[in-house]
Write a protein that binds this ligand. Structure first.
Ligand SMILES: *[C@@H]1O[C@H](CO)[C@@H](O)[C@H](O)[C@H]1NC(C)=O
Ligand SMILES: *[C@@H]1O[C@H](CO)[C@@H](O)[C@H](O)[C@H]1NC(C)=O
Ligand SMILES: *[C@@H]1O[C@H](CO)[C@@H](O)[C@H](O)[C@H]1NC(C)=O
Ligand SMILES: *[C@@H]1O[C@H](CO)[C@@H](O)[C@H](O)[C@H]1NC(C)=O
Ligand SMILES: *[C@@H]1O[C@H](CO)[C@@H](O)[C@H](O)[C@H]1NC(C)=O
Ligand SMILES: *[C@@H]1O[C@H](CO)[C@@H](O)[C@H](O)[C@H]1NC(C)=O
Ligand SMILES: *[C@@H]1O[C@H](CO)[C@@H](O)[C@H](O)[C@H]1NC(C)=O
Ligand SMILES: *[C@@H]1O[C@H](CO)[C@@H](O)[C@H](O)[C@H]1NC(C)=O
Length: 406
């Protein structure tokens, strides 16, 4: 899901820190709802300025380090347009994207409007485009993004509605809106992207919600054989990326081919991390809010349960209060209009049934400074080999409790 093989050298645009202590006992506990509070910071990342994909030998990219892209505000940079990513084993049955004028955790007034919807049963696909890395493979970029057929894995000539398919381990696809990008170009609406791909906008908005209905069966229960030693064997996942990342390169071997290393942003909604914990969905933020190691990211130590034998429903809510909530609830509905009180009630119900865990992210504390770091792959995630100078860990974990819900 991230750069698993790349060795990159990048300039971290800013060095940030957050404060506190980690209580070992809170690792790896099951929760009904996991949250991150205080999401969003002021920072910069580098967008891709040019891509040469003409041949394996000349394959290279350049980031616009002269003009760092600045962002700030609630949920930033995850308030930008995001793409949705699905990794098997997974059978996606429904997907929906909503926006709202305003939503704070626990709100009982207000509403949400559905702006994109997929239902495998009825074959509905409103404002969704199914894509995957199934195009030409070039050294620095990997495989090109292209349309996929209803089977979820083969390339197609045009946008096609996904069928009721179960992806195997290691198989992935991407969902974008159906709004086409202008031509690739620094000043154009989607910026620079890889030549020849079907380029679409992601799903934008500071206040947004993504809902899913899906099964995540065990690979061993599927009627096929996948090498147990393969990278993502039995690691079902659903995550979000800054939409400019898959449009340039999702898995480049050259870190200059995407904004990811410099903090374009990733949010892992439901991610099984490794074989020992393959029934636990973790949630992680990969940007530079309060941390220097984007590969590890900001992890929430609580997890939601992956139930391989049953259909799961739930999703992620990015609130105007900077609280991101990730939940699984069988009460989830996918109506074209949803009231905020319904959304709040799904979460309060799982909270009262279970327990709640919140990681509070600190706001940006340290002024921009520049440092050089290198990272390499280890255990499937990029880690810093040398920690930036002056880097400090501080994590605050608080239980918000049910105050807002009663
Ligand atoms: C949803 O809320 C907006 C204001 O936030 C309001 O204009 C609109 O009428 C509401 N829609 C419904 C269906 O309640
Ligand atoms: C979709 O496929 C799954 C098995 O992969 C099955 O359980 C489910 O009933 C199917 N849904 C529909 C609507 O056919
Ligand atoms: C995009 O999806 C919307 C909602 O389904 C639809 O009204 C519109 O015609 C679609 N646009 C394109 C270009 O397919
Ligand atoms: C692309 O080709 C390279 C060799 O040039 C290979 O190592 C890599 O695995 C290929 N990528 C994919 C996704 O097939
Ligand atoms: C499709 O999604 C985009 C992405 O944010 C949104 O701006 C647009 O309004 C949606 N289109 C429709 C028809 O709802
Ligand atoms: C990425 O860009 C930097 C700055 O231009 C350059 O020093 C570095 O060699 C590039 N990395 C690769 C892998 O091309
Ligand atoms: C599996 O992932 C969890 C969650 O990130 C982590 O706590 C645990 O140490 C990992 N286990 C192994 C064996 O890597
Ligand atoms: C959700 O519903 C499914 C049946 O569709 C059931 O198997 C599962 O146990 C339910 N999950 C929870 C958390 O109640």
């Amino acid at each position: 899901m991230r750069f698993t093989r790349s060795v990159t050298t990048g300039l971290l645009p800013s060095l940030l820190y957050l404060a506190a202590s980690i209580d070992a006992s809170k690792y790896s506990s099951e929760y009904g709802l996991v949250q991150f509070a205080n999401l969003g910071y002021s920072g910069t990342y580098y967008k891709v300025k040019s891509i040469d994909s003409s041949s394996d030998d000349s394959c290279t990219c350049e980031l616009n380090r002269d003009e760092p892209y600045s962002f700030s505000g609630t949920n930033a940079p995850l308030d930008e347009e995001l793409s949705v990513h699905i990794r098997g084993p997974l059978n996606l049955q429904k997907f929906a994207y909503y926006t709202s004028d305003s939503y704070s955790y626990g709100d009982t007034s207000g509403n949400w409007s559905r702006l994109a919807y997929y239902d495998s049963e009825s074959g509905t696909a409103d404002n969704v485009t199914f894509l995957a890395n199934v195009g030409k493979n070039i050294t620095c970029l990997g495989k090109a993004l292209d349309y996929i057929d209803s089977d979820g894995i083969s390339a197609a000539d045009s946008s096609t509605v996904l069928g009721n398919v179960t992806l195997e381990s290691n198989e992935e696809f991407t969902i974008m809106s159906n709004i086409s990008c202008e031509d690739s170009g620094w000043d154009n609406d989607c910026g620079v992207y890889r030549k020849g791909i079907p380029a679409y906008h992601g799903y934008g908005g500071e206040v947004k919600m993504f809902l899913f209905k899906f099964r995540a069966p065990l690979q061993s229960d599927l009627d096929s054989s996948v090498d147990e030693d393969s990278t993502s064997y039995d690691l079902s996942a659903i995550w979000l990326l800054n939409a400019n990342i898959p449009r340039t390169a999702q898995y480049p071997t050259n870190g200059n081919c995407s904004s990811w290393n410099s903090g374009g942003g990733e949010f892992d909604i439901f991610e099984t991390m490794n074989s020992t914990e393959n029934r636990h969905f973790y949630s992680t933020i990969h940007d530079f809010q309060g941390i220097g190691d984007i590969g590890t990211g900001i992890q929430n130590y609580g997890y939601l349960e992956r139930t391989p034998d049953s259909v799961m429903m739930g999703g992620v809510v990015f609130g105007s209060d900077g609280v991101v909530s990730v939940f699984l609830s069988n009460s989830t509905t996918f109506d074209s209009d949803l009231s905020s009180s319904d959304v709040s009630s799904w979460m309060s119900a799982v909270v009262s049934a279970d327990e709640e865990k919140v990681e509070t992210l600190a706001t940006i504390a340290v002024a921009s400074s520049t440092t050089t770091s290198s990272s390499s792959s280890k255990g499937g995630a990029v880690r810093l080999l040398t920690e930036p100078k002056g880097f400090q860990w501080k994590l605050v974990s608080v239980l918000l409790g049910l105050l807002a819900m009663v």
